[in-house]
Design a protein around this ligand. Structure first.
Ligand SMILES: O=C(O)/C=C/c1cccc(O)c1O
Ligand SMILES: [Fe+2]
Length: 318
């Protein structure tokens, strides 16, 4: 078994509200180089950790974590739509191993996913079906949220499962870093929106989908003008988080409460738990070396935008 890790922020605002051309070029280069490293590694299996944004998971039944046995991307914000290539028996074995390890993950045989899953598959692998992928949902928006510790234990359990596979496995994480786009909160919305969050928002009609996306695009434009129109990005917190991952100190995040993280860096920053799970999975395969660190706050994308790769110590570039 060999393993490679790539974490990358996602944002559906690409192409809708873009930063200056030089920033776009910088991010393009980061993504291109990550894609090239992944191509050299030539993964035979991807394990993709991502959140959802009330497109596939709702309050009618909201798990902390869910592994897909089959999955389909909805194509929000112009991202790719269609089925993912999920190796069902392997996904079943992964879920069984995680449960056996004491992490009560849910399973879905009809997982619906959004830009959180689709964007990294498109950018880093060339499409939804370019490589077999086990999708792992991490709830990062719908309170009550899983803790950092549970995300780490999920990752470690998946890492131990990965260790037993005779394949090249790519661990991907999608989301974060500091940010708070206008994602609704059940406790604060009116009855109509509450009904959406309870499951009525699944498969929105085109006009409602367009209105929902336009609200976020408008919020991004306003955020560029006024960094206090949303929770401000927090580059200091983001860099400290990256330091912890690079230094192999992911367990130190166990001490950070969900409330404190929301206060410090914004409510959607919980998406970084996908990175925590991926790094924990890698650490279950032995000591690692991080590489290709990138960070820039990009208000146009409502994102503390980061990327980080890692491989086991002693495992050479392909
Ligand atoms: O509108 C949504 O569903 C989410 C938008 C968004 C915006 C910026 C960064 C992210 O991670 C997002 O998911
Ligand atoms: Fe997101």
């Amino acid at each position: 078994m060999s393993v490679y890790l790539q974490c990358l922020s996602h944002t559906p605002l690409v192409g809708h509200v873009d930063p200056a051309p030089e920033v776009l070029a910088e991010v393009d280069a980061v993504v291109r180089e990550a894609r090239q490293r992944i191509a050299r590694f030539a993964p035979e299996l991807v394990i993709l950790f991502s959140p959802d944004h009330y497109n596939g998971f709702f309050y009618d039944l909201m798990p902390s974590f869910c592994i897909g046995m089959a999955a389909h991307a909805i194509g929000d914000y112009g991202t790719a739509a269609g089925p993912l290539d999920v190796p069902r028996e392997l996904a079943e074995a992964c879920a069984a191993a995680v449960l056996e390890a004491g992490v009560d993950v849910a399973v879905s045989y009809r997982m619906q996913v959004d830009h959180g899953f689709a964007q990294p598959l498109e950018l880093l692998l060339g499409g939804l079906e370019c490589c077999p992928v086990i999708p792992v949902f991490v709830n990062a928006v719908a309170a009550p949220l899983p803790s950092f510790q549970r995300a780490r234990l999920l990752g470690e359990a998946i890492g131990r499962f990965t260790r037993g596979l005779d394949r090249r496995v790519l661990l991907l994480a999608s989301g974060g870093l500091s940010h708070q786009p206008p994602v609704p909160e059940l406790a604060k919305v009116d009855a109509r929106m509450a009904e959406r969050l309870l499951g009525g928002g699944r498969n929105l009609p085109a006009d409602e989908r367009a209105a929902r996306q336009q609200r976020v695009i408008d919020a991004a434009r306003a955020f560029v003008e006024d960094p206090h129109s949303l929770h401000p990005l927090n580059p200091e917190w983001d860099q400290a988080f990256l330091d912890l991952l690079v230094g192999g100190r992911v367990a130190e995040l166990d001490r950070l409460s969900n409330a404190d993280l929301s206060r410090l860096a914004g409510r959607s920053t919980h998406e970084v738990k996908t990175w925590v799970a991926a790094f924990a999975a890698l650490s279950a395969c032995g000591p690692y070396r991080a590489e290709a660190r990138y960070y820039r706050p990009i208000p146009e994308w409502i994102a503390g935008f980061g990327a980080l790769s890692a491989r086991p110590v002693g495992q050479a570039d392909a």
